[in-house]
Design a protein around this ligand. Sequence first.
Ligand code: TYD
Length: 205
Amino acid sequence: MTGRFISFEGIDGAGKSTHIQAVADWFRARGADVQMSREPGGTPLAETLRDIVLKEPMGSLTELLLMFAGRRDHVETVIKPALAAGRTLLCDRFTDASFAYQGGGRGLPLSVLNPLSDWVQEGTEPELTLWFDLPAGQAAARRASAREADRIEQQDLDFFERVRTGYAARAVQAPRRIVRIDASGTVEQVGAAVLAVLADRYPEC
Ligand code: TYD
């Protein structure tokens, strides 16, 4: 039995967290056994690493290695077992975030990112990634009203525009897996776009 692995991506403030819940509801209403997780995090060890990576000052490569260390634990102890049990696993961020933030944002090269993702994932890959895309300025305005910024969220607009470009480059590489959602509309408009993608991808549901 193999389940479904769906990830959610976008720059901070794009609104993805709001829509994950609606996707969970959509699948549950159709009888799926839904499990939710997140990165960085998703296991006790990876949540500890998350606290460190979002608070402590560190270099870009250290940041990347901690993201992938947590991801390895998450893949082995949560994602693979969930898929083997036939569940629908919804993950708030996965490897695309490392390519976008540490690759696009921090400027780490693909020659470092590609082998790490191959080693850590060993073929475990989302079948669908919903990328909530929004200009960095709009995302910053949404964030400002919502919460206090963590270490990564404190970066400037140029950083987030580079992250956005990083996501766009990933979407070009994997056009079937990564679906761009225009996140500039209202919650209702973006939610409708998300449900349209689900109806298209999962007609059997
Ligand atoms: P997120 O969970 O979206 O933050 P929040 O709970 O505050 O909404 O993500 C935490 C931060 O980690 C976010 O700024 C993106 C960053 N991140 C990376 O830089 N690389 C990665 O590989 C991942 C998974 C996240």
